[in-house]
Design a protein. Structure first.
Length: 253
């Protein structure tokens, strides 16, 4: 077994409300005979933590430990049998089942993206000027005391977003300072604490998080939201979600 992210349940905090069991699209959680949340099978848990947002007591958390790998086809079959085809379509990774089943993270599933014709008249030619206005940009490397963060509009972007969104510099980066991170591949130890310090000390004017539509990317949004909560700021966290086809799918608030 390899180490991976998976849900952990504090039975003392669990009040048996059952909200987590319905929030988990993969059916990884159920209530046992004592009315406490338990894992049905480890391979049904994708480690993305959708259940965390609905737990009223904080009984759930994501940990990293040795576990069976998440098995999307198995979760799909499990939900198909217990909740039906419509619910199964919402299983993490179910979108890949139109092709041969892919048992890993859907963010790693191979796919081909159709590109528009090169001669489309609405696509301007020529050099595009970079809107990057500071260095470094990786969250591991930036200093919370860096003067360029003072009174800034801050963009915290998942690493892949700049490659997926063709107009990343024009539509997202222009006028903003930048921090990049990957919630899946980075060692995120200390990330929340560093962001709390930046938010508390730099008098940010706005805070935008750009993530990809793949499930693992939502971890970056949760990380920033947690930092904003701990910093006790009234500054809203604006979220921009980008599809792998390069479209901005949603912006909130």
């Amino acid at each position: 077994m390899a180490k991976r992210k998976i849900i952990e349940i504090n039975r003392e905090l669990c009040n048996g409300c059952g909200l987590c069991t319905t929030a988990c699209a993969e059916g990884a959680l159920k209530l046992d005979a004592d009315g406490k949340a338990v894992l049905v099978r480890e391979l049904y848990c994708d480690g993305m933590g959708a259940c965390l947002d609905v737990c009223p007591t904080g009984a759930l958390k994501i940990v990293e430990r040795e576990s069976e790998e998440y098995d999307a086809p198995a979760a799909y079959q499990h939900i198909s049998k217990t909740r039906g085809a419509e619910a199964a379509a919402k299983v993490h990774g179910a979108e890949g089942f139109q092709r041969p089943p892919f048992s890993g993270c859907p963010g790693s599933a191979a796919c081909e993206i159709s590109l528009p014709a090169a001669d489309r008249p609405d696509e301007p030619l020529g050099a595009v000027r970079s809107q990057l206005s500071q260095w470094p940009i990786q969250l591991h490397l930036v200093s919370p005391a860096a003067p360029y963060f003072r009174n800034a509009d801050l963009l915290i972007a998942a690493d892949c977003t700049a490659f997926a969104l063709g107009n990343f510099h024009r539509d997202l980066l222009k006028g903003r300072r930048l921090i990049i991170a990957c919630p899946k591949l980075d060692n995120a130890t200390g990330y929340v604490e560093k962001l709390v310090e930046i938010i508390r000390s730099q008098n940010l004017q706005s805070l935008t998080v750009a993530i990809m539509t793949v499930p693992c990317c939502a971890g970056l949004l949760r990380l920033v939201q947690r930092a904003a909560e701990l910093s006790e700021t009234t500054l809203p966290v604006r979220a921009v979600t980008i599809g792998i086809d390069g479209r901005i799918l949603s912006t909130t608030p």
